[in-house]
Design a binder for this molecule. Sequence first.
Ligand code: FAD
Length: 401
Amino acid sequence: MREFDLVIVGAGAAGLTLAHFAAKIALPGIGPPEIALVEPPAGPARPGDRTWCFWERGPGPWDGVLAARWDTLSVISPSGARHEQAIGPLSYKMLRSRDFETHVRAGFGPNVHPCAATVTAIDDGADRATVRATRPDGAPVSLGAAHVFDSRPRPVPPGARTTLLQHFRGWFVHTEDDVFDPGTASLMDLRTPRPRTGVSFGYVLPTSPREALVEYTEFNRDVLDEDGYEAALRRYTGQVLGLERFTVAAREQGVIPMTDARFPTRVGRRVFRIGAAGGATRPSTGYTFGGIQRQAASVVRSLERGRDPVPPIPHRHRHLAMDSVLLHALDSGRLDGAEFFARLFARNDTREVLEFLDGGSTFGRELAMGLTTPVAAMSAAVVERALAPLRAGAAPERHPR
Ligand SMILES: Cc1cc2nc3c(=O)[nH]c(=O)nc-3n(C[C@H](O)[C@H](O)[C@H](O)COP(=O)(O)OP(=O)(O)OC[C@H]3O[C@@H](n4cnc5c(N)ncnc54)[C@H](O)[C@@H]3O)c2cc1C
């Protein structure tokens, strides 16, 4: 068995972020940690390429590899009212998973040991845990460490009152004419037809006057089939955006559970969960990348100080409670989701909404924000949610290719 200080299981956003920052610290009495980063070979366990959007105040660690960034965001109401706002000092940033991975791997020093293997079991212990895995040639491998961080996708744990799916497909479009404003990203364009339950919206992330990622998204319980997403995107690009001559260079699709289930991050004396599997996804939005960054920063601080490195859920309790109410209100059909989001952005400073979503707002500000939303529907949802039974979990995030 090979021994390490840390074993990180999975080299997605969470595993790579933690490896990147943890590799640079010194553990008390030890020095730079020896880290094994275990990732399966290409195959069904590996998630497909994806594009992450997130926001940050000022410069950030991934600025050198961003695909795009925007300082102005727009939200468009169902009737077409456009709310556009400069968000400085925040920026909305786009990062492609492949660029991120190449960049992070290129920066690894000799203390990071990538290991191509599929983890089959993790055995906890008092002082060390053992990760058991299988190499691509079928050979078994065992890795021991004082701390194991596991980012493998998990089913949603039991104990959810409401679990919706954020499901979406995007087209990377190339147009023949200059039609996009690369200075502005649309966050939500609510001019899409209201689905039977939940809410739908489109958005446009332009990377040049002729190139953009155009997405169609729904928050509800049931994913669409192939034809359903294609039809929704044809309708959105044609009837709503009025795009005429364009080609689709690539597609991106995904499903992210939006759930009020609680995700335990400590699953053994020496074993912890991180990333989407460790509760990093904000239930009301599906945004995860920012939470992964905060969670990794906290783990690294604990390791540096010789503390138990339990990954925190990177969202405040009261925000999770608010999100639970919103999920219930959307699911029950009491709330017109399009009206809710349009009003939230039209009547509040977009920066304050983004800060709220990152956990940086004050309670007073949140109360004021709450009063700009449909109060009657939300109050009814608070009561109904409190009475709602706890249900078993749903399927984890899927990765269609
Ligand atoms: C298409 C798509 C777009 C998204 N866009 C955004 C966005 O714009 N902004 C945002 O904030 N969030 C977004 N998300 C949500 C979230 O940020 C991503 O899902 C993110 O990739 C989660 O990272 P993770 O490391 O937690 O999990 P994953 O990326 O799922 O990583 C888990 C890792 O575990 C590995 N693994 C699995 N099984 C094994 C095994 N047996 N042994 C070893 N390793 C294993 C996998 O290969 C993988 O590398 C998006 C999600 C999808 C699907």
